[in-house]
Design a protein around this ligand. Structure first.
Ligand SMILES: [Zn+2]
Length: 326
C-alpha cells in the first residue's frame, strides 16, 4: 500500500473507520544513508488505525528506535497513536502551541461555553458523557516541542516549520524550499474544506485561519502533501485562494441569515447554514456533526462581531443573541 511520491518520500493511507475524512495520508521520509527516518501523523487511537500504521512501517522497513514522528497538529486523527509509537521507542515531535492546547482539554472549555451559544442541554450532556477514549485520543505522551521556523532534516529534505493557526491554534506545516514541497497537514486540503471551529467566544480562529492562508500562499509550492484525501489537478496557490473565498462566502451567508433572523442564536444559525453532509435535515445530523457545525458557525460569528458587522448580546436566559449591524 506504500507509494513513493518524491525522492525518499513515501505515503500510505491509514483508514479512519466511520469518519467522513475517510483516511489519513501517513507520510514517511526515509534516510538511505543510515540517518533517522521520519513519520508525519499517525491516525486515531483505534486498533484499525494502529494496524495500518504498523503495516506501513513494516513495508518501509522502519525500525521504531531509528524513527522520529512529527505531528502537524493536536487532533486525534493525527496524534492518536502517539503513546503507542513512544512505547515502541520512536521519538515524538510537535508544535509547542498545539501540545499545550491539547493538554488544556479544549472540548471541556467548549462545553462550558456552548450553552451560552444556544446548544440544547441534552446535546451538551451527550457530548459531556464522552471520554478521551470516545474521541479516539492518545494517552498522554511526551514530545519534543517545536516552534515556528524550526528546521528538521530527513532524507535530504530540509523542512521548515510554518505556524499556520486556524484549524487548531498551533497547526504547523512543513516546507521544503529546495524541492518546493509543502506538507500542508489539515491547513490546506483539496477535496474537502478544513473544519474551522471555535471552542468559545474568545478565539477569533477564523480570522487566524484566513491570515494563515494569506501567509502560506506566499510560498512557491510544486507538490502539496495534504493530510487527507488527494490534491487532484489543482495547484496549491489556487486551492488556498479557493479556501479563502469559501470563507468569505460563508461569512456573507452567516451575515445574511443573521440579518433575516434578528436575535438568532449560534446553534440556530448552524441549523440554517448549508453543510456538505449526508443528512436530510438539521434534526437528523449526527450529534458530533452538529457539534462541529455549531463550532464552525461560532467561528464565523466571532469574525463578524470582531469586525463590527454583527452585534452579540446575552439575553435574560443567558443565551447569546446575534443581530446585524448596519
Ligand atoms: Zn485531520
Amino acid at each position: 500500500m506504500t507509494l513513493n511520491i518524491a525522492e525518499n518520500i513515501w505515503v500510505f493511507p491509514i483508514v479512519l473507520p466511520d469518519n467522513p475524512l475517510k483516511w489519513l495520508n501517513c507520510y514517511v521520509i526515509k534516510d538511505r544513508e543510515g540517518g533517522r527516518d521520519l513519520i508525519i501523523d499517525s491516525g486515531f487511537n483505534q486498533p484499525a488505525c494502529l494496524s495500518d500504521l504498523l503495516s506501513g512501517m513494516e513495508e518501509l522497513g522502519l525500525r521504531p528506535e531509528n524513527t522520529d514522528v512529527f505531528f502537524t497538529h493536536a487532533h486525534a486523527d493525527h496524534t492518536g497513536n502517539a503513546a503507542a509509537l513512544r512505547k515502541m521507542g520512536c521519538r515524538l515531535m510537535m508544535g509547542r502551541i498545539d501540545y499545550e492546547y491539547m493538554r488544556s482539554a479544549p472540548w471541556e472549555r467548549g462545553l462550558r461555553h456552548k450553552g451560552e451559544e444556544g446548544v440544547p442541554e441534552k446535546m451538551l450532556q451527550e457530548i459531556n458523557s464522552k471520554s478521551a477514549g470516545d474521541w479516539l485520543m492518545s494517552a498522554p505522551f511526551e514530545a519534543e516541542l517545536l516552534e515556528e521556523g524550526d528546521c528538521l532534516k530527513y532524507g535530504g529534505h530540509k523542512l521548515r516549520c510554518i505556524l499556520t493557526p486556524g484549524h487548531t491554534p498551533g497547526h504547523l506545516c512543513l516546507y521544503d524550499k529546495e524541492h518546493r514541497l509543502m506538507f500542508s497537514g489539515d491547513h490546506v486540503l483539496f477535496d474537502i474544506t478544513p473544519n474551522i471551529a471555535a471552542a468559545d467566544f474568545e478565539d477569533d480562529i477564523l480570522g487566524s485561519y484566513m491570515d494563515s492562508l494569506l501567509k502560506i500562499q506566499l510560498y512557491p509550492v510544486e507538490l502539496t502533501l495534504p493530510a487527507h484525501r488527494t490534491t487532484g489537478e489543482i495547484s496549491f496557490s489556487r486551492r488556498v485562494d479557493e479556501l479563502y473565498r469559501h470563507h468569505l462566502e460563508r461569512l456573507s451567508e452567516a451575515e445574511r441569515i443573521v440579518s433575516e433572523n434578528p436575535g438568532i442564536s449560534c446553534y440556530d444559525l448552524a441549523g440554517h447554514m448549508s453543510w456538505a453532509i449526508r443528512a436530510d435535515s438539521w434534526e437528523n445530523f449526527p450529534v458530533g456533526q452538529k457539534w462541529f457545525a455549531t463550532g464552525e458557525a461560532l467561528a464565523h460569528l466571532i469574525y463578524l462581531v470582531r469586525r463590527g458587522r454583527v452585534e452579540r448580546r446575552i439575553d435574560a436566559s443567558g443565551v447569546a443573541r446575534y443581530r446585524k449591524l448596519s
